[in-house]
Design a protein around this ligand. Structure first.
Ligand SMILES: NC(=O)c1ncn([C@@H]2O[C@H](COP(=O)(O)O)[C@@H](O)[C@H]2O)c1NC=O
Length: 524
């Protein structure tokens, strides 16, 4: 942090596009005897509110020109901001450059402008603020002497500082606001580069930008990462309004760990798929180990738990509807759980979960099914970026001789949704809207099928009559034969193998119904 100046603020420059709160703020500055300089639109607003203000054009002797492209870009402004008080006093005097001690700027709304699909390239370019970021960066650089405010939420803090410290803004505050200012301009330039880096010949943005710029904010540092010898932190995206782990509210319990966050994300994203009736997903090590939907949340939880009680121990439980007291009580009475997350909790739930003070209870708000985002995966030396896997199937094509029954069809669609959230190779056995066995993350599909069978056996669940979902096609008929032997009645899979004919033949030989979805759901 640079050495503090203890000079009171005498002069402020205010130039804002987002004018919320500015009138009150400026009025208070005036009452504190701060002289206010301001640009056209802001100056007019303040003058209309009877706040004494000097227009920047009068101050510099230069009119605002070129449709606002040049307003504050003048040595009298930038000298006043950048001058090192004590070091540059003589030169300031020589060129008649008074110091400007407080800069209040927010930028042309580039992000909002380009979020309109009809925005032209010309409009976008005119909304690239030049004078604003120049003042923001200059004052942030010279935070030893100057305070920069880019966030209307900081107006009260600044007034508090000026009032409490006889007109001085403390060094610590100036430094923090300077960091915020550089974050602000970095994000702003990142958005511009992302937008322009996507522009194709017709002047419209398309596809992926030539560089990847994003700004995530530190939400939490952790005691450790995936393992105790790894340092870790959680960064979140700005302005996130969707129901997700990044915006979830923790009502009680220990601090979320790295693995808690990853697993809660997996559980929540899986349960979000079930909209029509109460559903529960229990996740262990990023894979659903029990999923069910039912008439009540309690029944859904009970069925999900029964799939794999062994694995559910220490699991993460996600619900798609407000958590009620009966279900909360059942969880607390029955099992060790790391995290419980639901859109909201009913009255009394927090008191029940409080009996287990370490259990993390989170709410995430109502689900918005329409929200889409990009998925990122770090590889050494790079980042893989893709659309998130939002779709479910391309078709539901009955390829077997026998058509599935209504119940089989229902269970196959249920199992298919779950399989999307199981690490590949994924095999999900299901019956009556609940998982019967889940085989996850195996290097061969047949082994995932075997594991699903073993899981069902351990839980004492009956496989015969269940359906099977496979996240990708069966390369050989052996997977189908093994499933038939276990008593699987119907199979849902993408299809598309070179040996589809053999696979279908094996299903027909076993009297199984088989659906091709035409869409694969690998998850690595
Ligand atoms: N060109 C300049 O010298 C300049 N100086 C400040 N601005 C911006 O003008 C806006 C405020 O304009 P007004 O006060 O006229 O509403 C602010 O967002 C500020 O960042 C400028 N505009 C764009 O670059």
């Amino acid at each position: 942090m640079s050495q503090a100046t203890s000079r009171p603020v005498q002069r402020a420059l205010i130039s804002v596009s987002d004018k919320s709160g500015i009138v009150d703020f400026a009025r208070q500055l005036h009452q504190l005897n701060v002289e206010i300089l301001s640009t056209g639109g802001t100056a007019k607003l303040l003058a209309d509110e009877n706040i004494p203000v000097i227009e920047v054009s009068d101050y510099t002797g230069f009119p605002e020109m070129m449709d606002g492209r040049v307003k504050t870009l003048h040595p009298k402004i930038h000298g006043g901001i950048l001058a090192r008080r004590g070091t540059d006093d003589a030169v300031m005097q020589e060129h008649n450059i008074p110091g400007i001690d407080l800069i209040v700027v927010n930028l042309y709304p580039f992000e909002a402008t380009v979020s309109n699909p009809d925005c032209s390239l010309e409009d976008a370019i005119e909304n690239i603020d030049i004078g604003g970021p120049t003042m923001v960066r200059a004052s942030a650089k010279n935070h030893a002497h100057v305070a920069i405010v880019v966030d209307p939420n900081d107006y009260d803090h600044v007034i508090g500082q000026l009032t409490d410290n006889s007109g001085v803004i403390e060094a610590d505050s100036r430094f923090k606001m300077a960091v915020k200012a550089f974050e602000h301009t970095a994000r702003y330039d990142g958005m511009i580069a992302n937008y322009l880096g996507k522009i194709v010949e017709n002047g419209k943005p398309e596809g992926f930008a030539t560089t990847f710029n994003t700004q995530l904010t530190l939400a939490q540092t952790m005691r450790y990462g995936e393992n105790p010898h790894q340092n870790a932190a959680f960064y979140i995206e700005p302005n996130n309004s969707q129901a997700c782990i990044a915006s979830a509210k923790q009502l009680q319990g220990k601090e979320l760990s790295y693995n808690n966050i990853a697993d809660t994300d997996a559980a929540l994203e899986c349960v979000k798929q079930f909209v029509e009736s109460p559903a529960c997903v229990i996740v262990k090590h990023a894979n659903p180990c029990g999923v069910a939907k039912a008439n009540t949340l309690l029944e859904a939880y009970d069925k999900a738990f029964q799939t794999d009680p062994e694995s559910a121990f220490g699991g993460i439980i996600a619900f798609n509807q407000p958590l009620d007291t009966v279900t909360a009580q059942a969880i607390v009475d029955r099992q060790f759980v790391e995290v419980i997350i639901a859109p909201s909790v009913e009255d009394g739930v927090s008191d029940i979960v409080a009996a287990k003070k370490n259990v993390r209870l989170l709410t995430c708000g109502a689900f918005d099914q329409s929200s889409t985002h990009l998925d990122y995966k770090r590889v050494t030396g790079g980042l893989l970026v893709q659309d998130s896997d939002q779709l479910l199937y391309q078709e539901l094509n009955i390829v077997s001789a026998r058509a599935p029954s209504e119940e089989e069809m229902r269970d196959m669609l249920f199992a298919w949704k779950v399989a999307k959230y199981v690490k590949s190779n994924a095999i999900v056995y299901a019956k009556d809207n609940r998982t019967v066995g889940v085989g996850a993350g195996q290097m061969s599909r047949i082994n995932s099928a075997r594991i699903a069978g073993i899981k069902a056996e351990h839980a004492g669940l009956v496989v015969p009559g269940s359906v099977m979902a496979s996240d990708a096609f069966f390369p050989f008929k052996d997977g189908i034969e093994a499933a038939a032997e276990a008593g699987i009645a119907a199979v849902i899979q993408p299809g598309g193998s070179m040996r589809d004919a053999e696979v279908i033949e094996a299903a027909d030989a076993a009297g199984m119904a088989m659906i091709f979805t035409g869409m694969r759901h690998f998850r690595h």
